[in-house]
Design a protein. Sequence first.
Length: 177
Amino acid sequence: MELIKGKSKFKTKDMVETALLTALIFVATSFINIKLPIAANGGLVHLGTVMLVIAAVVFGKEKGAIAAAVGMAIFDLSSGWALWAPFTFVIRGIMGYILGAISYSNNKKGESIIVNIFALIVSGAWMIAGYYLTEVILYGNWIAPISSIPGDITQIVMAIIIGIPMCKILKKYVKYI
């Protein structure tokens, strides 16, 4: 969202795309998930991370960050995870921004599979650290949150397997930038 002479470059089209991406992330998180009984928080593996990758890589860091933060925080608020919503808002928003920023670095424009995978690994490390610290804060335990890490890694692996190839396909059809 670059400012030019006091005006935002974030146009109506950008708002509509961001709203649609937010809805897609919410739906993928809400309806395509598996609750795991092993983690301290009950654990949740979902395809919202795949949609987050698509939003950030295909549409850029601003839209990816906003859609991820809002879409996944709305999921938390509407699914009995309200205590997690502020943490999710920050963790996933920053994750989307990191992912988009790295994917678009050095004029790659989200078109390099290797850079996109690297971006996902870096932003995924942020997500894992963020949720680990969140569980430490919420549960007051440094050991129990370790059990959530395999589920987080599973989401990142699914995003590499499903999301990155989908980005490559969608970049051909979505002319953005």
